[in-house]
Design a binder for this molecule. Structure first.
Ligand code: B16
Ligand code: MG
Length: 222
């Protein structure tokens, strides 16, 4: 199989915005007097904004009407935007730029596949707004990961068949979304947590095109 495209999740793969999400959710949980642990925070990775809020409310055994849920979700987002507005290109995770440039030079198309509605602001803050051939984000989709919608949307925007695409993901829900889309998936993070992926790497500084082609070959996508 000839690899034609790569789709990158944003939070946790290209940039470490997970800590800003975590700070903002913790601030909200404190305001609601809900105890919110590090372990609870893991459950929010890759999950949409409203679903994240529901997980926190469930932890606190709290039920809120639709109007209040929306209000709290937008309060969290205002705090989150305060944090990410101060981001700089220094916050791009190691190896990301080099790897993406290597792919582009080899004629492989690159896209973002993120659940985040704040994707355009983050890309702009870190100076990556013109780097990708396509950006599929939370503003374009209605079904959250593990639904494959975000990755299939990116594939369509690139004009490439799903089986010719490799996805890089740091969240379990995202790995499942990539597999549900019929794509090769490389987990970025811990192999214990992302064991469903075809292969797992600790970060994009540990991959290059040659290694990726080997993974594609071994994954049987031929
Ligand atoms: P927003 P990804 C996801 O981004 C985050 O991992 C997740 O924690 C967040 O709740 C979600 O985006 C929605 O983000 O509130 O900015 O729309 O990992 O899919 O790039
Ligand atoms: Mg992520």
């Amino acid at each position: 199989m000839k690899l034609k495209g790569c789709i990158f999740d944003l939070d946790g793969v290209i940039v470490d915005t997970a800590r800003y999400h975590s700070l903002a959710w913790k601030r909200l949980a404190d305001q609601l007097k809900i105890h919110f642990s590090e372990e609870d925070n893991e459950r929010l990775k890759g999950v949409s904004r409203m679903d994240s809020l529901d997980i926190i409310l469930e932890i606190g055994n709290m039920r809120l009407n639709e109007e209040l849920r929306k209000e709290y979700a937008s309060l969290k987002n205002r705090w989150y935007i305060e944090y990410i507005s101060r981001m700089t290109p220094d916050e791009i995770l190691p190896g990301s730029l080099e790897f993406i440039k290597e792919l582009k030079e080899a004629g492989i198309k690159v896209a973002i596949g993120s659940a985040s509605k704040n994707t355009p602001l983050i890309l702009e803050r870190v100076g990556m707004e013109n780097l990708f051939d396509a950006v599929a984000d939370g503003n374009r989709i209605s079904k959250a990961k593990p639904d494959p919608e975000v990755f299939l949307t990116a594939a369509k925007m690139l004009g490439i068949e799903p089986v010719r695409i490799a996805v890089f993901e740091d969240a379990v829900a995202g790995v499942r979304a990539a597999l549900n889309a019929g794509m090769i998936c490389i987990g970025v993070g811990s192999s214990g947590i992302l064991s469903e992926a075809h292969s797992v790497i600790p970060g994009l500084n540990k991959i290059n095109l040659k290694k990726l082609e080997k993974i594609v070959k071994l994954s049987g996508y031929e």
